[in-house]
Write a protein that binds this ligand. Structure first.
Ligand code: F0G
Length: 416
């Protein structure tokens, strides 16, 4: 069998530019042993002409090879390439459409708004993009069991991909805080579920402090997860025929996803695929907003939120581990960080539903953020904007039912 691609060698590198210590690509190390910052995969720019690669990526859409039907591995020239094609763990992730906003655009007051719905992935969230890369690496290094802490979506995705890889999956969830739908997915895919009293941050601490050498760790501090997730921006730009939008808006929780988008922009610009980058806006929920607080204060040190609280349970995170990478990405793109209230999230989520699209609450932070920026006069109504939706509407059906029941009760009161 063929390797996924052959010409490039890559290594791991500390993401702190002032340190940049390197490690072997497949060394199982979670953070820099010198400065403790997170690691990243150092990608050698592919030698091919960008126009040639863009053409090849498009051509792969007509192929039935599993490495081509995956919307992640289709862009494999920018991914670690040591794996055999037969070793790729894929469910055909990626390949999600860009959908024009209709009612939602009018509601926010902007003219050119689209949604890229990463919730339309195999397990219903963007996590699948990172999981195909992380699980492939886990299998390649001979792992027998994989684990993550999660607010629910990573757990569902890990469980599914572990099942595909034939590995044991174990997920650490904050007890009673992940939606029933996400918990059900993890169980359905056969993962071992460990409920931890406390928040996501506590669950992650328990897992990390356990230092179990037999567990391969698959949270987004794993740099291979970031590699997979960055391809969302490759696919987006391809869908826009490489016309760069003015803004990409993304929810912020543990801040792995925004970090991955930043990495994509750096690599694509440095390799001549694009000549400018979109401004990236990270939107957090107000009750779980450490990066937005830091941004507003103009500070350079993150202060964790001890008791994060928001209806958007996916991003109920007080101590985001990838904040330095995400901040670098926002600064690189000339973007910004902001927060929105639970009420604003609820309104935006309802509007996305009325547009026939739907999403889980965490994803609606993006639309809420856009509306807020417009109302404050901080966003040009003619700007080309892409809002990332990260989780499917069916990820949190309790929330929808509760909101609808409350609405019906309020309507009934009004008519009496
Ligand atoms: N949107 C959804 C639907 C999520 O599930 C998450 C994170 C985010 C946004 C935020 O992404 O952490 O990369 O900034 N969910 C994680 C989980 C934490 O465990 O499922 P981030």
């Amino acid at each position: 069998m063929q390797p996924v691609h052959s010409s490039l060698t890559t290594h791991l590198r500390c993401s702190n530019p002032g340190c940049a210590t390197t490690f072997d690509l497949h060394e199982r190390v979670l953070a820099c042993t010198k400065c403790c910052d997170l690691l990243e995969v150092a990608i050698q720019p592919p030698p091919e002409d960008p126009a040639e690669l863009k053409r090849r990526w498009l051509e792969r859409r007509t192929s039935n090879n599993p490495c081509d039907t995956s919307g992640v591995w289709r862009f494999r020239e920018f991914l670690p390439g040591d794996y055999r094609q037969s070793g790729i763990v894929t469910l055909g992730e990626g390949n999600v459409r860009l959908v024009r906003a209709l009612n939602t655009a009018a509601w926010t007051g902007v003219r050119h708004l689209s949604f890229k719905h990463l919730g339309w992935n195999p397990t219903g969230s963007f996590k699948d993009l990172g999981m195909t890369a992380g699980m492939t690496e886990a299998k390649f290094t001979g792992a027998k069991a994989v684990a993550c802490a999660s607010t629910g979506n990573t757990a569902a995705s890990l469980a599914a991909y572990a099942a595909r890889a034939g590995l044991i999956g174990r997920v650490y969830l904050p007890a009673g805080q992940a939606s029933a739908n996400k918990l059900a997915q993890a169980l359905d895919f056969g993962a071992e579920v460990v409920q931890i009293e406390g928040s996501f941050d506590d669950a992650l601490d328990v897992l990390l402090n356990g230092r179990d050498p037999d567990l391969y760790f698959l949270n987004s501090i794993n740099p291979f997860r970031i590699e997979g997730q960055k391809t969302a921006m490759f696919e987006l730009l391809e869908q826009l025929e490489w016309r760069v939008p003015d803004y990409v808006v993304v929810p912020g929780g543990n801040l792995g996803n925004s970090s991955s988008f930043g990495k994509a922009f750096v690599e694509l610009k440095q390799s001549g695929f694009i000549d400018r980058v979109p401004r990236m806006v990270i939107v957090q929920a107000q009750g779980a907003n450490p990066l937005a607080r830091m941004w507003n204060a103009g500070s350079k040190e993150l202060e964790a939120v001890a008791f994060p609280e928001t209806v958007a349970t996916a991003i109920r995170i007080g101590n985001p581990r990838s904040w330095k990478k995400a901040l670098q990405a926002v600064e690189y793109t000339g973007g910004l960080v902001m927060d929105v209230t639970d009420e604003e999230i609820g309104e935006a989520k309802a509007m996305i539903g009325r547009d026939g699209i739907g999403c889980e609450p965490a994803s609606a932070t993006t639309l809420a953020g856009i509306r807020k920026l417009v109302s404050e006069g901080r966003l040009d109504r003619d700007a080309e904007i892409v809002a990332m939706l990260t989780g499917h509407a069916l990820k949190d059906t309790d929330y929808i039912i509760k909101v609808q029941q409350k609405q019906q009760a309020a309507d009934a009161l009004l008519t009496h």
